[in-house]
Write a protein that binds this ligand. Structure first.
Ligand code: PDD
Length: 284
């Protein structure tokens, strides 16, 4: 079935949508993106994604292609035109087309592209079974706080996980876990503390992370924002990951070591439930 996508001011059937071969997103990965989940036809935590988009654009000195209100109305129109009840909206902003030059163009005309994807997010077999994780070295660039479209290393990491018969990979730098290939990583210690790496340029500042930590603290859970090792994770009571498309997703093994009884733990299950309840209240 053909989707309606949005490209630089136009809603078009996907086969008719075009971007220049000179677009710097294509030539230099000179672009940023956001993925916003859709539940019950509503955008979840749009405000968080909007704010992070602005941060990414500012860090790269890319002008915003449209104002905030227009951005929201484009998202909404796309959800409506494609009849999305559950799934996601992908939005990408690049510095736009210019003759190939490492130097940024003086007068950039940013490109804005959005498309939708139908996905089953709430009813997920993986949320029941949990993920098997392998660890890999973190070989990405050092500005992981900017949500750029350079996703080749995460893609290689997911391929390495697949080749090892696992579901995903956690990346390790100087002995400590940074994050998952497309999600933030957490453990629950044996005394019930939720541990996840502190914010810095080493990780993406997840929008789901922010919401989940807030909900956890509101539910009187203890949260520690600090680095942890794979060994500590293997010895933990539970582990999980968060992202816009997985919400709170349990992890049941790390590098072949089973956590607990090998099924999603109670803290993880509770956080997933709280997130699903609370996040839907934030839908717009
Ligand atoms: N990925 N860390 C990385 C490296 C990510 O790519 C993502 C999201 C996250 C979680 O961020 P958020 O909670 O804001 O989704 C953390 C998206 C979903 C993707 O690339 O598909």
């Amino acid at each position: 079935m053909s989707r309606i996508v949005y490209v630089n001011g136009e809603f078009l059937p996907e086969a008719e949508a075009k971007i220049s071969v000179f677009d710097r997103g294509f030539l230099f990965a000179d672009g940023v993106y956001e993925v916003t989940s859709v539940l019950g036809g509503k955008l979840i935590d749009f405000e968080g994604h909007r704010a992070r988009l602005h941060r990414s654009l500012t860090e790269l000195e890319i002008p915003a292609p449209v104002g905030d209100e227009e951005l929201l109305s484009i998202h909404r129109e796309l959800v409506e035109r494609n009849g999305i009840e559950e799934g996601m909206v992908y939005m990408q902003v690049t510095r736009g087309a210019a003759d190939r030059d490492f130097i940024y163009p003086a007068d950039p005309k940013p490109s804005l592209v959005l498309f939708t994807q139908v996905m089953s997010l709430t009813e997920s077999p993986k949320a029941e079974k949990g993920l098997n994780i392998v660890s890999i070295e973190d070989q990405r660039w050092a500005r992981r706080d900017i949500k750029t479209v350079q996703l080749l290393y995460p893609s290689m990491g997911k391929m390495a996980a697949k080749a090892a018969g696992a579901d995903d990979a956690w990346m390790v730098e100087e002995g400590a876990v940074t994050e998952g290939t497309s999600n933030n990583a957490y453990i629950v210690t044996r005394d019930g503390k939720i541990v996840t790496r502190q914010l810095s340029n080493a990780i993406l500042h997840g929008i789901t992370r922010k919401a989940v930590l807030r909900f956890a603290r509101e539910a009187q859970m203890v949260v520690e924002e600090r680095a942890f090792t794979i060994e500590e994770a293997q010895d933990a009571a539970e582990a999980f990951v968060t992202s816009a498309t997985t919400f709170v997703m349990p992890v049941v093994s790390i590098d072949g070591v089973t956590l607990g009884d090998g099924t999603p733990g109670p803290v993880t299950r509770r956080l997933r439930e709280i997130y699903l309840d609370e996040a839907q209240k934030l839908g717009v």
